[in-house]
Design a protein around this ligand. Sequence first.
Ligand code: PGA
Length: 242
Amino acid sequence: MKKLLIANWKMQLSYQDSLALAKSFRKKIKKSTNELVICPDYLSLPAVAAVLKGSQWQLGAQDSAGAATGAYTGEVSPANLKKLGAAYAIIGHSERREHLHENGAVISAKIKAALAQRLVPILCVGERLIEKENGEAKKYLSEQLRLSLKGVKIKKSSDLVIAYEPLWAIGTGHAIIPLEAGLINNFIKTQAAKILGKTVRVLYGGSVSAANAGLFLAEKDVDGLLVGGASLKTEEFKRICS
Ligand code: PGA
């Protein structure tokens, strides 16, 4: 089965650099047997969409508002994202949970609004170091899933994706052991299936590199990767995709 490989460029690039990197990805990373997605920042999204048109690359947003229209200053509508050609939207990334105080209620509203526009949400969940050290990671993940997916209904398995991203592994260079990621992804799949009534894809994210990507992708319950730092260089991401 195809794996889902997502480049999350966060707020790391200028508009010009986003365009240049999208062009370079399109030119140099071709004919992957996997499903490939770029998530640029909002500002670069329309121009990156134009660069990717007609290629195997799909487009994703790094967030999406909790309503289709309305008086929400500064927000970006999932309806507009869909119209621009986005297929996916990352929702509830730990950086937004931490810096923008997004909670389960905000995240579930965003997921529902994205689904209403047939935009596939990529829900991020992950424990902090404290939960890991206290042996409470699974309990914490279950609670995150319960709150983030409250009232969420999907019609088919491909309507929603979950990314397991332990916070202590993001941007630290210390990825989780692939075998452990496989076990936790399996746990997340089981928990999510109880809530959604469907088995969705679960990705791994957190210090993925060209050196460790293959080990993660060999795990049967790792359905793909959400890649930050290593998605900012064409050669590195190309090795992840191949
Ligand atoms: P990283 O980020 O690959 O730089 O650790 C992953 C993410 O935050 O999605």
